[in-house]
Unconditional design. Structure first.
Length: 143
């Protein structure tokens, strides 16, 4: 299937590229939340956060940290978000995994999520549900 980010990597589509090495590419988002909003991708195509192999993810997150520092300083930002949207309900629109680096300025943060409240003891139940998966699959984490 056609992938816009693979096309950018292959120079079949234009992009304002700000960083490139053997494994990583970073370029400006065409619909920036703030100027300097940057997307960072692995050159290899993976659909989402859960399908990126560990060694690739290590390189990616290292690049994100470096580029985030450059974006913050060069844009004179007061802060920044590093986010990834995974799956349609989470807002993912391009299925080539990427991190967004969004420079933020004092008082410009407008996302106000609806906050839920845990009922008595339900927090522990949610914790149990997640812990049971973690203990079942911890061999994957430990490699
Ligand atoms: P997602 O919604 O998947 O988290 O983020 C995809 C991002 O890619 C969006 O913010 C969108 O503006 C950006 N985007 C989509 N198509 C292009 C493109 O052709 N060029 C660039 N530079 N960014 C794109
Ligand atoms: Zn791709």
């Amino acid at each position: 299937m056609e992938c816009i980010f693979c096309n950018i990597r292959d120079r079949k589509a234009e992009a304002e590229i700000v960083f490139e090495d053997e494994n990583i590419l970073a370029f400006l988002d065409i619909q920036p939340v703030n100027y300097g909003h940057t997307l960072v991708i692995t050159k290899k195509h993976y659909d989402n956060f859960l399908t990126v192999p560990k060694d690739e993810l290590d390189k990616l997150i290292h690049a994100v940290q470096f580029i985030a520092g450059a974006v913050k300083r060069s844009m004179n930002a007061d802060g920044f978000n590093v986010i990834s949207n995974n799956g349609n309900p989470a807002g993912q629109s391009v299925y080539h995994f990427h991190f967004h680096i969004i420079p933020r300025f004092n008082n410009d943060f407008t996302i106000k999520p609806r906050i839920k409240t845990y009922g008595s003891d339900t927090m522990h139940d949610y914790g149990d549900q997640i812990r049971s998966f973690i203990s079942k699959y911890k061999d994957i984490y430990n490699g």
